[in-house]
Design a binder for this molecule. Structure first.
Ligand code: NAG
Ligand code: NAG
Ligand code: NAG
Ligand code: ZN
Length: 977
């Protein structure tokens, strides 16, 4: 395994204190024998009457590295036909026993003699079992054929991270790459696809000789006359988690041949095959672009992409057969929104980037998962930028990623990008924002400080050198350092590794405190780790921080040199910089958001910046600079590094802002305040402040006026309209909810509402939510009926989430019940999002909290194998807390229910810290912030009256609109990819 340096070791201990620590020897395979090739054969009976029985046999060609008399590999969730396990090779070893220990899913095959070093052996294991409806391993998914109304079944796989062992006995660690030849027997009504192209489909069972037919049930034997046996080409060497196959009655659309030399097919339920057109074009375009960008050809002859009706993640990058949740692959012009389309492009690009970063070159062990996910997340923006050049994907993804890093990574309980993993069961926990978004942010940072060309040269070398093999982050640093030495890039005498180790092996990020000397054009910088709560422990962490400093007189100068704050600078002694801003001119740090850090200035510099934003041409400050300022000001005010007067004064310029990114950043920052005020008497004051801030932009962007057509507009204006509309209804901009209700009513009055929906596509989520929140049970039932009939997953999803907006407690209780009921309206893949949304809504919170506390065992059972989901729900639940009582109740509940939270320990720690942050804020800031909100919105007397009325509860209740809170969060991607 990995060797840890001292710093890494300390961090390992820190993380290990949260998680129980096991020694690597316990859970890792011994490595005495290496798999070189798998010959994997299955027969599946896709029939509920036989409980989906299946038979499999795997022959593994082994290369013996150290002589041994036992072979250890992984297996779980099926039965091994122990008496039929054999090993062939020199001296014909006899199997003396097989033992399965489920703690780490280890299967030990004991032999009567030692396998000889350097020799080849073949291990043969027959196995059988019944497939279950689930979300990982080899599982059954279901759907209803809209034409025949028949319930249909399919088989899909999800093997990442450690579920290949549920599919077949294998060496289930990413290091053990091997080739695979797969054969699948199935009824001829179905078709099967796998990583590689089909080479041979025969009706004669090729397994007759080797199959342990004694095991096979009579019914199965009768059916085999109708079976076909599909064999696929031998794969390239790859990790087990990338193996995939699907057996279904789906149909496919082939991509236009001129877009790529790779044969591309997009698969879906036959009813949905007309929703594949966008993917059929975007996929090959992105793939061809990556070939050029990586300068390495895509090594497989084909690429299949398939939408699975039940899917835990967003998508999975299986080599040559990418599987997706329906919402992340399918796009329908009449039913999907622009934002759905954006998401589809992003996910396709992400998965295709993995075909190189992840599949061709793979991390050695899951602790470097960020190499896979961070890179794919970053590369997605590169390809989407190429495929959809008007979307500015590079900037918008950079902002999304950076802002979530700054938020999560300010917790003391965050974790380093490169994280030690002591128990394979907790691997799923690190498929989180740190791996994806911090990883991506750091990769973008490297492209910026090295330059795109140097960066790509290094990546090309890395990909070539480690093709069909594994690497860890030091291998990447080595290539980057070498390219830097050869071509230049870094503006300081430091290696890439030195810089990057400060970012990837340490938790958190720095805050720079900038203090200007207004007399001699200099400033000093101090750095230390930033926490969202006063840290219990002092840290001496520091970073290599890339800096680009913009001075007001230099606005428009594109060639600003990159400077560095070294890891030993700005600690004890302040580090001094010279700059070109005069007494009345501002300086601005990180206006290109090159790296995740916060910046605080002396009060005068803040005032100079605010003056430009409010009084002058605010575009003097570049878009990302405005994003950084807004995000910093609110974060720093939240932690009492800056007063709220400054933050709110700065935010008030947003009345003029025409760009989506700064506006949404400001609103996102405000939603943090909203979150702790929304169940309090002060919520009216908050709503009033936001009304004033966005009222005009809402009108100008088109609002919810029924006649405005928003299709065909550019993405920036669509996002402006969607975001301001959602906020406008939520903070009661006059007319907003009324418009929404009108639209919803029109829809209810429409003949054939499933075909004819008068609500503008991109505004549907907002309108649905208001309709359900303010309407009666009739409205709820209407939305439910539409959800049940919808054939487009994106449309169904919007309705499913809108149903959480109701304020009827009994309906919420019923809806929550469905999330854990097999075969109910809510598919298991959507259950987590439904619960989370109810938790977030002000009324739903109380219902959901009771539900979670009372029913955790049922929730746990319903979410088995999806530990991440429970962790996610815990984070959202505790983020709602504002009182110590709520937290104390949780803590005592947790102690009694620890066994259900074992797989979400890290998330629960983070959740508790979030609750503490909120409680702390209420104590320190609530009164002063509410006073300031009132002060800032104290202008229009009409509004003031309305506000008072609201506070006195004289008009409709203030809480109603906040169910929309959930919807805004929904706009952010929910599922890992
Ligand atoms: C299974 O493995 C675990 C961890 O190595 C060990 O503690 C336990 O005793 C084993 N159980 C059996 C039945 O061997
Ligand atoms: C073991 O198998 C590999 C791959 O099939 C082959 O190249 C190699 O020659 C074999 N080694 C021996 C000692 O038989
Ligand atoms: C860069 O740093 C290395 C190692 O610290 C040193 O050996 C070398 O002389 C330095 N180069 C320059 C140009 O300063
Ligand atoms: Zn990914």
């Amino acid at each position: 395994m990995k060797k840890y340096g001292t710093m890494r070791w300390l961090l390992t201990v820190a993380v290990a204190s949260l998680l129980h620590l096991a020694s690597p020897a316990e859970y890792l395979l011994p490595g005495d024998v290496l798999p070189r090739h798998y010959d994997l054969k299955y027969a599946f009976d896709i029939d509920p009457a036989t409980n989906f029985s299946f038979y499999g046999i795997v022959e593994i060609l082994l290369d013996v590295k150290h002589e041994t008399s036992k072979i250890v590999l992984h297996a779980t969730d099926f039965t091994i036909s122990a008496e039929d396990v054999t090993v062939t090779g020199p001296k014909s070893p006899k199997v003396t026993g097989t033992r399965l220990n489920d703690t780490y899913n280890l299967l030990t095959v004991s032999l009567d003699c030692k396998l000889e070093q350097g020799k080849n052996y073949t291990l043969t294991i027959p196995f059988y079992g019944n497939l279950k409806q689930g979300l990982d391993g080899t599982y059954i998914s279901t759907y209803v054929n809209k034409q025949t109304k028949a319930k249909e079944y399919l088989i899909a796989t999800q093997f990442e991270a450690i579920s290949a062992r549920k599919g077949f006995p294998c060496f289930d660690e990413p290091m053990y790459k091997a080739t695979f030849t797969i054969t699948i027997g199935h009824h001829k009504d179905f078709s099967a696809i796998s990583n590689m192209p089909l080479v041979n489909a025969v009706s004669e069972n090729p397994l007759e000789e080797i199959w342990p037919w004694t095991q096979i049930e009579e019914t199965f034997k009768k059916k085999k006359a109708d079976f076909v046996w599909d064999t696929y080409e031998k794969s390239l060497p790859m990790s087990t988690y990338l193996v995939a196959f699907v057996v279904s009655k789906f149909s496919y659309v082939q991509s236009p041949a001129e877009l790529s030399k790779t044969k591309f097919r997009i698969w879906a339920r036959s009813d949905a095959s007309d929703q594949t057109a966008y993917a059929a074009v975007t996929g090959p375009k992105a793939l061809s672009y990556f070939e050029q960008w990586f300068n390495v050809s895509y090594p497989l002859p084909k690429q299949d992409m398939i939408a699975i009706p039940d899917f835990a993640a967003g998508a999975m990058e299986n080599w040559g057969l990418i599987t997706y949740r329906e919402t992340e692959l399918l796009y329908d012009e009449k039913q999907s929104s622009f934002l759905n389309k954006e998401r589809v492009a992003e996910v396709i690009a992400h998965e295709l980037a993995h075909q190189w970063f992840g599949n061709l070159v793979t991390m050695k062990w899951w602790s470097d998962l960020w190499l896979n996910e961070g890179f794919a997340t970053f590369a997605a923006s590169v390809a989407v930028n190429h495929v959809e050049p008007t979307w500015n994907a590079d900037m918008s993804y950079a902002v999304d990623n950076m802002l979530s890093v700054l938020s999560l990574d300010a917790l003391e309980s965050s974790h380093p990008v490169s994280v030690a993993i002591d128990d394979p069961k907790r691997i799923t926990e690190i498929f989180d924002e740190i791996s994806y978004r911090k990883g991506s942010t750091l990769i973008r940072m490297m492209t910026m400080f090295l330059g795109d060309e140097v960066f790509r040269k290094a990546i090309n070398n890395y990909l070539r050198k480690y093709s069909y093999a594994n690497a860890e982050q030091d291998d990447l640093w080595r290539e980057l350092t070498a390219a830097n030495q050869q071509y230049g890039g870094l503006t300081r005498n430091v290696t890439v590794k030195e810089v990057m180790d400060t970012w990837t092996t340490q938790t958190g990020y720095p805050i720079l405190t900038v203090t200007r000397d207004y007399d001699d054009k200099s400033l000093s910088i101090a750095q230390r780790r930033y926490f969202s709560l006063v840290a219990r422990t002092a840290t001496r962490q520091s970073w290599w921080v890339p800096l680009r400093v913009l001075c007001q007189p230099e606005v428009g100068n594109a060639n600003m040199p990159l400077q560095w704050l070294a890891a030993n600078e700005g600690l004890q002694d302040l580090h001094t910089f010279r700059h070109g801003a005069g007494r009345e001119e501002w300086v601005l740090f990180n206006h290109d958001m090159i790296a995740p850090y916060r910046v605080n200035y002396d009060p005068r510099n803040w005032q100079l910046l605010i003056r430009t934003l409010k009084m002058e041409d605010y575009t003097q400050i570049p878009v990302l600079g405005r994003v950084q300022l807004l995000s910093d000001a609110f974060a720093l005010a939240w932690t009492n590094h800056l007063d709220y007067n400054t933050a709110l004064s700065l935010a008030s310029y947003l009345q003029r802002e025409k760009d989506y990114l700064p506006l949404s950043t400001g609103l996102k920052a405000l939603s943090k305040i909203e979150n702790v005020l929304k169940r309090s008497p002060d919520y009216g004051a908050f709503q009033k402040f936001v009304r004033k801030l966005i009222g005009e932009t809402y009108e100008k962007s088109g609002g919810l006026a029924t006649k405005r057509i928003i299709n065909g507009k550019d993405l920036n204006s669509v996002k402006m309209q969607v975001t301001t509309s959602a906020w406008a209804c939520r903070v009661k901009v006059p007319g907003c909810e009324e418009n929404a209700m009108q639209l919803f009513q029109q829809w209810m009055d429409t003949e054939n509402p499933d075909e004819n929906n008068p609500i503008p596509l991109d505004l549907r989520r907002t309108v649905y939510c208001v309709g359900v929140a303010r309407g009666s049970v009739l409205h709820w039932r209407f939305a439910l009926a539409r959800e049940q009939r919808a054939n487009v997953a994106a449309a169904r999803d919007a309705l499913l989430q809108a149903l959480t907006c109701t304020k009827e407690i009994w309906i919420l209780a019923q809806y929550l019940e469905w999330t854990i009921t097999e075969g109910s309206e809510v598919r298991r893949q959507d259950a987590g999002a439904v619960i989370a949304n109810i938790v977030r809504s002000p009324v739903g919170f109380y219902v959901a909290k009771d539900f979670i506390y009372d029913r955790i065992e049922d929730i746990y059972n319903a979410f088995k194998g999806q530990g991440r989901r429970i962790g996610h729900i815990m984070k959202i639940l505790l983020d709602q807390f504002t009182t110590q009582t709520e937290l104390d109740n949780f803590l005592s509940w947790r102690d009694k229910n620890a066994r259900f939270l074992a797989e979400s320990k890290l998330s629960v720690e983070q959740a508790i810290e979030k609750a503490k942050v909120n409680i702390d804020w209420i104590a320190k800031n609530r009164q002063s912030v509410v006073d300031k909100l009132r002060e800032f919105s104290m202008e229009s007397s009409d509004e003031e009256l309305e506000d008072r009325a609201l506070r006195l509860g004289l008009t409709h209740d203030a809480a109603s609109a906040t169910s929309l809170h959930a919807l805004l969060v929904l706009l952010a991607p929910l599922y890992i990819v």
